[in-house]
Design a protein around this ligand. Structure first.
Ligand code: ZN
Length: 406
């Protein structure tokens, strides 16, 4: 059983938070000066811990536990959103560092290594989950060439500017047994339930559509209602449909959002000639996502052309759900229980590197509570005792994986 050093864990997390410090949070978007400096610091901490560490071509910081042929990968990301929190991503990376360092000190690294990684640009300043996609060889030159970030700088220009060199660190099927990612919950559910550990069963897939309607502008006082080609009416009907019917088509974890609505020209005395909205829904079940999509498109089709108004739907984003490995989810529950903390099984409504890596390696995520459910803001925080508990749970999970034939 790996004994982690809680004080060292918290000290390293606070040291990392000094890079790009911004009030109580961090501003450490990928390829910024603060991000680059933090990666060099992390590489040096990995080397000190006894890992073979390097920063790869895209900026992933990888530390290899050299004495074992097989290893689990523990990691997350250390880039942040602008004015982000100090724990989002960073906690999962420092957990990996502390666990592998403790295992080396206790001579446990000969049986199963722990390779540690901070993936580049999970937050998508240039290209969402860039580092984990590169690790999984799930990135084409064309994907790279299309991506750009702050000030219009292309991703390739940012990589050249950072000048990390070398090759990309990629998954080794002979070596890598599983991927473990701990993260703050970034929502209120654990706190509301009075629980301290969440075990993620899956990361949602997303379907996003732009709906556009075309009618005719007329005087809103003189044109009889029956003769209007009002572009707002079908849109309002569809928004109502989303908020009343998606719940019946979906499951307990389905979420949906009408995040943008617009009517043009946008005057009280003009019948709208055009309207537009963006709607998305998320779930971990492909079947549910398909069912909602079919329902939405059937509504759009039925309304198209009615009362002289065209209604069109265009898919603007679609991502697949990723299920976590069922055996690792069970082990997650077991280690939580052994620590005297009943766990909550939950889906992740936010994207994570595990969404990418989980498609090619057995993976699981552990969540610890976010105070007030707050995240992606400098107020983001978690109690020290919960931070330490999460690391102990993850260390115990590694021990259990030693005996598992994955
Ligand atoms: Zn994150």
């Amino acid at each position: 059983m790996t004994q982690i050093n809680a004080e060292r864990l918290l000290a390293d997390m606070r040291a990392l938070a000094r890079f790009g410090a911004c009030g109580t949070g961090v501003d450490r978007v990928s390829y910024s000066e603060a991000d680059q400096a933090s990666r060099r610091w992390l590489r040096d901490r990995m080397t000190e811990a006894g890992l073979t560490a390097r920063i790869d071509r895209v900026g992933n910081v990888a530390g290899i536990s050299a004495r074992a042929d097989r290893a689990v990968v523990i990691g997350s990301h250390t880039d942040s959103v602008p004015r982000g929190g100090w724990l989002d991503g960073a906690m999962g990376v420092i957990y990996g560092l502390e666990i592998t360092r403790s295992r080396i000190e206790q001579g446990l690294d000969r049986t199963l290594g722990v390779d540690v990684v901070s993936f580049q640009d999970e937050e998508g300043t240039y290209l969402s989950c860039l580092g984990s996609r590169a690790f999984c060889s799930d990135l084409s030159d064309a994907d790279m060439a299309r991506a750009s970030g702050p000030g219009g700088e292309t991703l390739n220009a940012a990589i050249t500017r950072a000048n990390y060199g070398g090759s990309v660190w990629v998954r080794d099927p002979q070596r890598h047994k599983a991927y473990l990612e701990a993260h703050i919950e970034q929502g209120p559910r654990l706190e509301a339930a009075g629980l301290r550990l969440g075990v993620v069963t899956g990361i949602v897939g997303i379907r996003r559509f732009r709906i556009t309607c075309g009618g005719q502008a007329d005087h809103a006082g003189t044109t009889p209602i029956a003769l209007r080609r009002d572009a707002a009416r079908p849109l309002i009907h569809l928004a109502h449909w989303v908020h009343t019917e998606v719940a019946t088509l979906g499951g307990a974890d389905t979420v949906w959002n009408v995040g943008m609505m617009m009517v043009r020209p946008g005057a009280a005395n003009v019948v709208p000639s055009e309207s537009e909205m963006v709607v998305e829904f998320r779930d971990t079940s492909l079947e549910i996502l398909d069912r909602i999509e079919q329902g939405l498109l059937a509504q759009v089709h039925a309304m198209d052309g009615r009362a002289g108004v065209t209604v069109k739907a265009q898919s603007i984003a679609s991502s697949l759900p990723t299920l976590m490995d069922a055996r690792l989810v069970t082990l997650g529950d077991e280690v939580a229980c052994a620590l005297g903390e009943p766990s909550m099984r939950m889906v992740s409504g936010a994207g994570h590197d595990a969404m990418i890596v989980g498609r090619v390696l057995p993976s699981v995520m552990l969540f610890v509570p976010s105070i007030g459910g707050r995240s992606h803001d400098i107020v983001e925080n978690t109690t020290d005792t919960d931070i330490v508990l999460g690391c102990q749970a993850l260390a115990a999970l590694v021990t259990r994986i030693e005996g598992l034939d994955l």
